[in-house]
Design a protein around this ligand. Structure first.
Ligand code: SF4
Ligand code: SF4
Ligand code: SF4
Ligand code: FES
Length: 954
């Protein structure tokens, strides 16, 4: 049952064995058959026999320290620990003899003698394994008394904003230490001292906040006592029910149990059965959900005639009627193409589907786009062209079968942390790593992980570097010819082979361009082609370039040429940034594609939708976001419905974006907060958080997971309902009773989704990877297994074309941008949580030599100037970045990172070239003119909201 679950998930004590052979034994006289390699503890638990335990939990390998789980085995002399004892054929085990019971009571007596007896006031009362074990072993007295040497006065560490460590409750089971090492891979905790002196220590006695801890919560999850516990549990008490849902932050799509008291979230606990995360989480999904009830939430619809007027609170009816009449007025005055809409990759599939349907059916044009335009649109184009489908090829689990892993233009430990933990596990097992990135990201040299090659490619030259790797593979006869002959197009392969083999594409010839030593390119290419299963994971450092689509195709070329497609451990894997970017693309959010990536000019497809929707759909592709903005500035585009997207902060060349918004006559923003775009809005429709609605998200594995409502929408309507209201007011009927009906319509009209329904998702354990249809009723974990979706794999020529954004005498440095673990995109959510303690402002990373050349010291205010604009940030002088390159994040609106980025974009998809902006950096004493203006306008807009926040729930 997924809707509401019992509070604590079953724990079998040790992880399952993957062995396909089975072993039969008897436990307490019960015949048991389990996979070989299973522990006796797990075999017993699977048969309903619970052996007392403290140091074991099924997310960690057995450790065997507490000695509570001892068992008797017929024919054996001692008493082995059942957690470390592996089943053997014919074994006869006894778990409940009087001898065992006595020993267990003795063990528990020792634990309890050094434990406070304040269970009734302990935050973990009722959720404590120590308490449970005392009951299970029948402990009735503690003969040693409580006056001996103990740890009851050890100081509490409450430095972390989200959880507290109380060492007086610690039983030194080391579950936290092992969780941090084995699951998270951060190695922030150690057990210091021996025997009675043994204590859990964060960092070098730095406290949790001052240590390397990344606040993933794995240790809290693993702790069997109240020693490590969430602050919300301390404050609110134990939850009374749980609902399974999906994280609304990144493209990993972790499953969570929202543990609740009534409609109040007490804690978000990573779901053990979540197929993307297997019970792990990062600080964002685990702890940073407080924004959902933040006082800045706007929960009443508002309208105003001009962006200089105060906002006026109105009823839903008034807001929707006003929005609809404005759209109608604009279309009758300026023509049907003068309005458009933006879907949100933070909203559900059902919601994005409805927005594109609204635009196509009610607005009557194809002017719909989504934030994927500015992140992964080149992935869609590049993978569709070469492989035939606009999506990644693998599951996240597949990385556990990889032998060589390329991470390119991505920083998984910050942006996709749960996947990064899995990746690090595989690397600790011995897989080899190639990092292609201008920065020394954490994976290059992390605890127990070291990249074999770090290729610090000069921003803008990815295509040249991958083509040089292809040159090595082609000219050193490292192509998997059997795979290519069987699976790929002969003619495009021959053209590609000829192209990459040319001397001008050799690593030596490309060295000056890429800035990477030819020997390293050769070494990395040889390793990828010859090291066993090779997989490629890439991010926005690949796509957000003028040659983003070309680089994606170069990645696909490499994978096909080496036969690294179509099985476990290989593949091409875009790490989508937001929770539902894959879904918003799947749902037809692009102006040229109906749901399922089918072109609007395809008559057959369009007629299917026209028949179902009862309207005529334009066969002409509509405006992309940049076209909408350009048309607005030119005076032809006047109205925008923007759901859950903040283009005024997230899109490049801020001054152009805000000029376009200012030129529009009706901007309708549907969001949680008055974001930067809403400052230019005329209608504000309060949106709902992921906790307030039902639906599905699709993660970077194409995994469709359920999002479940745990509380009523704060503003009275979920986002999908608001779109329906607007559509109905425009005269196009949308009447759905529940998002499941929207998914049924999507399935009816989209061949790759035809087997998907909410019921089917539940039947399959909570998620389905598309395609899911008659050919693949259980979904498709790995794509292109026997044949490519497009038939034969298509090689594409990847001629390197230098970006217009290149360093000059005036702008000698290259600015590149990225994310940080604790913040998320425009920061609208994470800035409203305690995550602010880790990152309270964006800074500019600059190499010591570049800083020295400019007289810049660490912490100085520095102006970053490009041909688009100028902003001022604090300098972080670091050798994480190569000379000639500077780096910043874009989580705070006042930073103005996108004031500096230009409108240079990918040749095929218009994805902005965020990763390369030619800039100059100089030391200054005050903020930029743009920042001064931003502060003034921000103050004005806050005043125009006068009184609105006071009505919002705290
Ligand atoms: S929160 Fe995560 S990173 Fe921090 S100590 Fe615990 S397991 Fe390690
Ligand atoms: S803090 Fe918890 S998990 Fe860590 S050693 Fe102590 S009791 Fe065990
Ligand atoms: S890794 Fe991504 S999906 Fe998982 S908890 Fe973190 S932000 Fe959420
Ligand atoms: S649970 Fe087996 S020794 Fe602790």
């Amino acid at each position: 049952m997924l809707e509401t679950t019992v509070r604590r998930e079953p724990d079998y004590g040790t992880p399952p064995s993957a062995d396909t052979r089975t072993v039969s034994l008897s436990i307490d006289g019960v015949a048991v058959t389990v996979p070989a390699g299973t522990s006796v503890m797990r075999a017993a638990a699977e048969s309903g026999i619970n052996i007392p335990r403290l140091c074991a939990t099924d997310s960690l390998d057995a450790f065997g320290s507490c000695r509570l789980c001892l068992v008797e085995v017929e024919g054996h002399r001692g008493l082995p620990a059942s957690c470390t004892l592996t089943v053997q054929e014919g074994m006869a085990v006894r778990t409940q003899t009087s001898r065992l019971q006595k020993i267990r009571r003795n063990v528990m007596e020792l634990y309890i003698s050094d434990h406070p007896l304040d269970c009734l006031t302990c935050a973990s009362n009722g959720d404590c394994e120590l308490q449970d074990m005392a009951g299970a072993v029948g402990l009735r007295e503690v003969r040693y008394g409580f006056d001996g040497e103990n740890h009851l006065d050890d100081a509490v560490d409450d430095s972390n904003p989200y959880f507290t460590f109380d060492p007086s409750l610690c039983i030194v089971c080391s579950r936290c230490v092992r969780a941090c090492d084995d699951i998270q891979g951060t190695f922030a905790l150690t057990l210091t001292g021996r025997g009675f002196e043994a204590r859990v220590t964060a960092g070098q006695h730095d406290g949790f906040l001052g240590s390397e801890c990344v606040s993933c919560g794995a240790c809290v999850q693993a702790c069997p006592t109240g020693s490590l516990v969430e602050n919300t549990v301390i404050e609110q008490g134990q939850p009374d029910h749980a609902v399974i849902t999906t994280c609304a932050y990144c493209g990993v799509g972790c499953g969570f149990r929202a543990e609740m008291k009534g409609e109040q979230v007490v804690r978000m606990v990573p779901w053990k059965d979540g197929k993307a995360n297997h019970g792990h989480s990062c600080v964002k999904g685990r702890f940073a959900w407080g924004y959902a009830t933040h006082a800045h939430r706007i929960t009443t619809p508002m309208i105003r005639a001009s962006i200089d007027d105060p906002w006026q609170e109105v009823t839903w009816d008034e807001a929707i009627a006003h929005a609809a009449s404005e759209i109608k007025r604009i279309q009758s005055q300026y023509g049907p193409d003068s309005v458009g809409g933006l879907t949100s990759s933070r909203c559900t599939n059902e919601e994005t589907y409805l927005v594109q349907k609204l635009v196509r059916a009610a607005f009557g044009n194809n002017n719909v786009d989504t934030c994927a335009r500015v992140c992964h649109s080149p992935t869609g184009y590049g993978l569709k062209t070469t492989l035939g489908e606009s999506a990644g090829t693998q599951t996240f689990d597949s990385v556990m079968h990889s032998d060589v892993i390329i991470v390119m233009g991505a920083n998984p430990t910050d942006a996709h942390p749960v996947f990064a933990s899995r990746l690090k596990q595989r690397l600790r097992q011995g897989a080899r790593l190639i990092v292609i990135d201008p920065r020394q990201i954490e994976l290059v040299n992390a605890p127990h992980v070291r990249a074999d090659y770090h290729l610090p490619v000069r921003p803008g030259t990815n295509t040249a570097l991958l083509t040089a790797m292809a040159h090595v593979i082609a000219t050193e006869n490292r192509v998997d010819t059997a795979f290519v002959e069987q699976r790929c197009e002969t003619d495009t392969f021959a053209d590609w082979l000829d192209f990459v083999s040319r001397p001008e594409n050799a690593p030596e010839a490309m060295e000056a361009t890429t800035g990477v030593a030819a020997a390293d390119i050769r070494g990395a290419a040889r390793l990828y082609a010859g090291g066993g299963n090779g997989s490629i994971y890439y991010g926005l450092g690949v796509t957000e370039h003028s040659q983003g689509s070309t680089t994606v195709m170069a990645i696909a070329n490499l994978a096909m040429a080496t036969g690294n497609i179509g099985r476990e451990g290989v593949g091409v894997n875009p790490l989508w940034g937001q929770n539902n970017v894959q879904g918003s693309c799947d749902m037809g959010s692009f102006p040229h594609e109906l749901p399922g990536y089918r072109h609007v000019s395809d008559d057959t497809v369009r007629h299917e939708f026209e028949q179902d929707w009862g309207v005529r759909i334009s066969p002409e592709p509509g405006y992309r976001i940049p076209n909408m903005l350009d048309a607005a500035v030119a005076g032809g585009f006047k109205g925008l419905y923007c759901q859950g997207e903040d283009i005024a902060q997230s899109d490049p060349n801020t001054q152009h974006v805000t000029a376009a918004l200012q030129a529009m006559e009706c901007v309708i923003v549907q969001d949680l907060f008055l974001n930067e775009t809403a400052k230019y809005a005329h209608v504000f429709l309060p949106g709902s958080s992921f906790l307030e609605k039902d639906g599905t998200f699709t993660n970077a594995e194409r995994r469709i997971s359920r999002v479940r409502q745990v509380m009523q929408p704060k503003a009275g309507h979920a986002d999908w309902e608001i779109t329906c209201l607007l559509s109905n007011a425009l005269g196009y009927d949308m009447s759905y009773r529940h998002p499941r009906e929207i998914m049924d319509e999507i399935a009816r009209l989209t061949p790759t989704f035809s087997g998907v329904s909410f019921d089917r998702i539940d039947e399959l354990g909570g998620s389905i990877q598309w395609p899911c249809n008659d050919e693949a009723p259980e979904g498709t974990p790995i794509m292109h297994v026997d044949t490519f979706v497009r038939g034969k794999g298509r090689f594409m020529i990847t001629q390197y074309v230098p970006s217009d954004e290149r360093s000059t005498r005036r702008f000698p440095l290259l600015l590149t941008t990225g994310r940080i673990l604790s913040q998320y995109n425009v920061g609208a959510q994470t800035r409203r949580t305690d995550n602010i303690v880790w990152h309270e402002r964006d800074v500019l990373e600059i190499h010591p030599q570049d800083a020295l050349d400019r007289g810049i010291l660490h912490g100085d205010a520095v102006a970053i100037q490009s041909r688009a604009g100028e902003t001022v940030l604090q300098a972080d002088v670091t050798d994480r970045i190569e000379p000639g390159v500077v780096y910043t994040t874009f989580h705070f609106p006042e930073s103005g990172a996108n004031v500096v980025t230009t409108d240079s974009s990918d040749w095929a998809t218009n994805c902005p070239e965020y990763k390369v902006t030619a800039v100059q950096v100089r030391k200054v004493a005050q903020v930029s003119a743009w920042q001064q203006q931003w502060s003034e306008e921000d103050r004005n807009q806050q005043q125009l909201l006068d009184g609105v926040y006071d009505d919002a729930p705290a």
